[in-house]
Design a protein around this ligand. Structure first.
Ligand SMILES: [Zn+2]
Length: 252
């Protein structure tokens, strides 16, 4: 047996010691909860004028540290919100606990209404729950939020290509009719043709609006809801127009 191997007794000792460290790392939540109760109940008031001077004198904490511990409790409660169940008298949470202060500190920087989502993502996607893992999830989320949905690449799926072709044909037809109307206009400016001139103007403006209607129906992006799988939001086309893409984004 090489001298790096642990004996059965040593292995047991290591487990016991490690579980003590694990409990100690988690204790910041208990300390934070106790501090918050003392602060909120003003239980320091017999000996101190303020909570700050109490933590400084009694515990030799910087005020900042006490504030952090209390905010860590808020974060922990926030990420556990709605996920706790009482089973046989014990509170069971389906969300993993925040393992240590550094992770809590990182999570406290996230806006309150995003903490639960970030925490869920970290605990389900990161191999190890660390402050760095929290940071990387936050950065990735910021990138995705900042990046607008990219317009369709030149290799469109067939159904999008068909819609694009139709829009192009529609525009070409309108152009042809406009060209024909220009000839009619030349004729209509002759004497005795006022009625034709009036009709001509009406038809021209009708065609103009038809053309702009066509241009707003050109596919712009893969449907952000179904990612092209076709859903009621995109009318089962799998793609959306530029306008719809904006509208779906603001509704999210
Ligand atoms: Zn869709």
């Amino acid at each position: 047996m090489s001298d790096t191997s642990l004996s059965t007794v040593e292995r047991k000792t290591l487990r016991t010691l490690e579980s003590k460290i694990e409990t100690g790392k988690q204790a910041f939540i208990e300390v934070g909860t106790a501090l918050r109760d003392i602060r909120d109940g003003r239980l320091y008031r017999e000996s101190h004028k303020s909570f700050d001077s109490y933590v400084q004198d009694r515990w030799n904490f910087q005020k900042r540290y006490a504030v952090f511990l209390i905010s860590a409790v808020d974060v922990a409660e926030n990420v556990n919100h709605g996920s706790q169940k009482v089973v046989d008298g014990a509170v069971i949470s389906s969300v993993p606990e925040i393992p240590n202060e550094r992770v809590a500190r990182e999570l406290a920087k996230v806006p309150e209404d995003e903490q639960a989502d970030v925490w869920e993502e970290v605990t389900t996607t990161s191999p190890k729950v660390t402050a760095a893992a929290v940071r990387s999830v936050v950065e990735k989320r910021a990138e995705t939020a900042a990046k607008p949905q990219p317009p369709l690449k030149p290799s469109y799926p067939p159904y999008v290509q068909e819609a694009l072709d139709n829009a192009r044909v529609g525009n070409a037809i309108v152009d042809d009719i406009n060209a024909a109307l220009a000839k009619v206009r030349a004729l209509a400016s002759g004497s005795g043709m006022e009625l034709l001139l009036n009709k001509h103007q009406a038809i021209t403006s009708f065609l103009q609006s038809a053309k702009s209607a066509v241009s707003t129906t050109i596919p712009y992006a893969v449907c952000p809801r179904c990612k092209g799988a076709k859903c009621p939001q995109c009318g089962n086309y799998g793609w959306v127009t530029s306008l719809m893409s904006q509208q779906l984004k603001t509704k999210e």
